[in-house]
Ligand binder design. Structure first.
Ligand code: ADP
Ligand code: MG
Length: 298
């Protein structure tokens, strides 16, 4: 796979704040890459460095496997913090303004973009009257008119109602899947991104805390069983053989059976049949936000 974005030891220092501290990452084409961290973690600064709004104190950036960032950034669109929309204009007029400003020759692009994000081109409603979710979709439409291969969205779903979140998520997934657009999206909540991203990076105090794929996240947090038995090593061997679940020794002399929550009663019965006493059995399903708070040490 080809990297479309790569950073090496990227660092941004403001006076005595390390806003971005030695961040190295690689993002592949078609990834929906999440940047997660509490307020002040350095998310916006990291995105500004990648888009060129801000210059790094040290470290390197490559776009499309090249150091020619000016060229690479032409293939990128970003919505950082609050996008500037003209409130007393319609969606169509906003798009027309940006089309001309960005030298996009085909007027059809603005209709395509509105259709993609599900806004009505013939609407006479001024953008000032739009919901937060509609404004966000319009901002994405603005970003789309230049046909970007990379889209960078800073907190695209904060402050949006559930229906709006659902629509933005589907839009991002559709663009990634059907058009091969690579996304970087940020959020202060892991649960907000976990349904959308393919991979994510947790940062705090400018530093990389953890990078993982969504599959790794679910493997670490979902639907396990914790067992205490009269013979843990025998129990582990039997469960592994019979049910093919992953097993591991866990804290307090217990056994962890991965992703086996739905089979808890069958597993208990099976152990008892095999003359192993079950002293305790619990399902664990770690809440994503708890998992994340643990990572960032809150
Ligand atoms: P996030 O987007 O994750 O909330 P930011 O990237 O906005 O975090 O900020 C990271 C840190 O850098 C914060 O401590 C913030 O106060 C500081 N910071 C951001 N921009 C500036 C700036 N222009 N001047 C000084 N400090 C800044
Ligand atoms: Mg921010």
């Amino acid at each position: 796979m080809t990297n479309v974005i790569k950073t090496v030891n990227l660092t941004k220092k403001f006076k005595d704040t390390m806003a971005v501290d030695n961040i190295s990452l690689e993002i592949e084409k078609g990834d929906i890459y999440g940047i997660v961290g509490p307020n002040g973690a350095g998310k916006s600064t990291l995105l500004k460095l990648i888009t060129g709004v801000s210059t790094p104190s040290s470290g390197e950036i490559e776009l499309f496997e090249s150091k020619d960032l000016e060229k690479g950034r032409k293939r990128m669109s970003a919505i950082l913090e609050n996008p500037t929309l003209f409130k007393d204009m319609t969606a169509l007029d906003n798009l027309e303004y940006f089309r001309i400003q960005r030298n996009v020759p085909e007027r059809s692009k603005i209709f395509e973009a509105l259709e993609t994000v599900g806004l009505d081109p013939s609407s006479k409603k001024n953008v000032g009257k739009y919901s937060v979710g509609m404004k966000q979709r319009l901002a994405i439409a603005l970003a789309l008119i230049t046909n970007p291969e990379i889209m960078i969205l800073d907190e695209p779903i904060s402050g949006i109602d559930p229906k709006g979140i659902y629509e933005i998520r589907n839009l991002i997934k559709k663009l990634a899947l059907e058009n091969g657009v690579t996304f970087i999206i940020s959020s202060h909540l892991l649960s907000e991104l976990s349904n959308t991203v393919t991979k994510f990076l947790v940062i705090d105090n400018g530093k990389k805390i953890k990078e993982m794929t969504i599959k790794q996240l679910y493997d670490e947090t979902s639907n396990h069983i914790i067992l205490e038995t009269s013979d843990n090593s025998k129990a582990m061997a039997l469960i592994e053989e019979k049910f093919k679940y992953g097993v591991s020794a866990s804290e307090n002399n217990s056994v962890k059976v991965l992703n086996a929550g739905d089979d808890i009663s069958r597993i208990i019965a099976f152990l008892v049949e095999n003359k192993i006493d079950v002293l305790n059995a619990n399902k664990t399903h770690q809440n994503l936000e708890d998992y994340y708070m643990n990572l960032v040490g809150r």
